[in-house]
Design a binder for this molecule. Structure first.
Ligand code: FRU
Length: 476
């Protein structure tokens, strides 16, 4: 498809996209005063990566977003592009920046010099609750220590040591810094040279505590890497372990993926709501560096996945991070219809005018196979195949419209963690993306699709007869 042809048919209905131009990573995710802030890597001047600034949007429900003016702009006399980073609410005014009724909102981000590509950590702040942002005059707050890739600071308040902790990536490791006031940072430890997957460069880390329903608490370190993702190109691995205020130690050797799809990258979580209900909500860029620049959408390029609530779950004795659409998304779904049956095949037409939340449950024998196909009248389809015996979920997007010319890996595979005879899956289909939440989100896959017409039918097929149910709901 030639460039610069308007593609309203691919504009998602509930997934966030910029009104126009290029977007990649989510940045500065912070919740304050009833509002979620979503900043993002943004090129205000074009549909390709470049001129990086922080674009900005806000929402009260994580579903409806209001576009805001660019928040942190690259300044001609400054230290370069505004790369990825995070934001916090400085409730106790440790930074001393507060002047009025609002606590300071403080962003830490990477400045990358255009010519030398030297990367340093810098600070910006907002004193009006997140609308207007200004750069600190004496940036950077962390000078480059002689490391080429030194970026993507994620900051949080660590209660028991009364310090701000920053995690950032340095090539193939994570570096930890501590600060009492967000300005003065001390390097405290490093992690990861010999752990996890190193098939690509490490980027965009996040560190937080999660609790199981029974109260077991673990620390989770997210690390995105490119290339080397589970289905080629970009992907996000995670480590489960302990953080004692200085050092992070992982408790497993195997590589674990937050999402097995090719289109879920640089995901990080919202800060600022832990003191309200202790939820951890993540959003990620729904693309892949392998082909992001060739995505034929216009006048925008880049979307976010649905916001997701993360949970810690024990499965067969081990701890894993699971993810499902955020509660706010589920609260905004409206039931359209439900069908059930006992045959090997269950089919249903799909409404065209909204994003769909599709639940399916099914009895499935170990030796059985399950297929889910969504298709349209142009002969295009996306097909999921589940093989319980092999603990595999396979998605084929080679016939999903325009896409076959673009994707380097049309056949996508994931390992399934829960393989009982009762299957429970949730699929979110929104115009040009499919998010698969298998067995309560214990295996997830985010997949971009580019059908020339919307998929208007779904088929659920098993090789042996068994109870099946399919529920359709509209989101938004
Ligand atoms: C990840 C990334 C970050 C960097 C940003 C630049 O996708 O490469 O490491 O800060 O994008 O846009």
């Amino acid at each position: 498809m030639p460039n610069n042809i308007f593609t309203p048919q691919w504009r998602p209905k509930v997934h966030f996209t910029p009104e126009q131009n290029w977007m990649n990573d989510p940045n500065g995710l912070v919740y304050y005063n009833g509002k979620y802030h979503l900043f993002y890597q943004y090129n205000p001047h074009g549909n390709d990566w470049g001129n990086m600034n922080w674009g900005h949007a806000t929402s009260r429900d994580l579903v409806n977003w209001q576009h805001q003016p660019v928040a942190i702009e690259m300044s001609p006399k400054g230290l370069g592009y505004i790369y990825s980073g995070s934001a916090v609410v400085d409730y106790d005014n440790t930074s001393g920046l507060q002047t009025g009724e609002h606590p300071p909102l403080v962003a830490l981000f990477t400045h990358t010099e255009a010519e030398t590509e030297i990367q340093r950590q810098s600070l910006a702040y907002s004193l009006d609750g997140g609308d207007c942002w200004q750069e600190y005059q004496n940036n950077p707050v962390i000078e480059n220590p002689g490391i080429v890739d030194f970026r993507d600071p994620k900051v949080f308040w660590h209660q028991s040591t009364s310090n701000w902790i920053m995690v950032l990536t340095a090539g193939h490791s994570i570096e930890f810094y501590a600060s009492p006031n967000l300005f003065d940072w001390t390097h405290i430890s490093g992690f990861g040279e010999d752990e996890g997957s190193h098939q690509g460069e490490w980027e965009c880390p996040d560190l937080f505590e999660l609790k199981t329903d029974s109260g077991v608490s673990k620390w989770v370190l997210l690390v995105s890497l490119v290339p080397g993702g589970p289905n080629g190109g970009s992907g996000t691995q995670y480590f489960i372990g302990d953080f004692d205020g200085i050092r992070f130690t992982a408790e497993h050797q195997d590589v674990r993926w937050l999402d097995y799809g090719p289109d879920n990258y640089a995901g990080v979580t919202w800060d600022g709501r832990q003191n309200i209900d202790n939820r951890r909500t993540l959003i990620a860029w729904m693309s892949n560096w392998t082909y992001a620049a060739d995505m034929p959408t216009f006048p925008w390029r880049g979307a976010m996945c649905l916001p997701r609530d993360l949970s810690l779950r024990q499965i067969d004795g081990d701890f894993y991070v699971t993810n499902l659409p955020a509660k706010e998304v589920s609260d905004r779904t409206q039931l359209l219809n439900e069908i059930s049956g006992n045959d090997t095949v269950l089919t249903r037409s799909l409404p065209q005018d909204s994003a769909l939340d599709i639940h399916l449950s099914c009895e499935i024998a170990h030796s059985d196979k399950l297929y889910i196909r969504m298709y349209n009248d142009a002969g295009e389809s996306v097909e999921l195949k589940y093989l319980p015996q092999k603990q595999k979920l396979i998605v084929d997007r080679s016939k999903a419209g325009w896409s076959y010319k673009l994707w380097r890996t049309p056949r996508l595979e994931a390992k399934t963690l829960i393989n009982t005879h009762k299957l429970d899956a949730r699929l979110v289909l929104d115009t040009s993306s499919l998010e698969v939440f298998w067995q309560q989100g214990s295996t997830t896959m985010t997949i971009c699709l580019l059908p020339t017409q919307a998929f208007n039918r779904i088929e659920l097929i098993t090789t042996q007869a068994g109870n099946k149910a399919l529920t359709l709901a509209a989101i938004g």
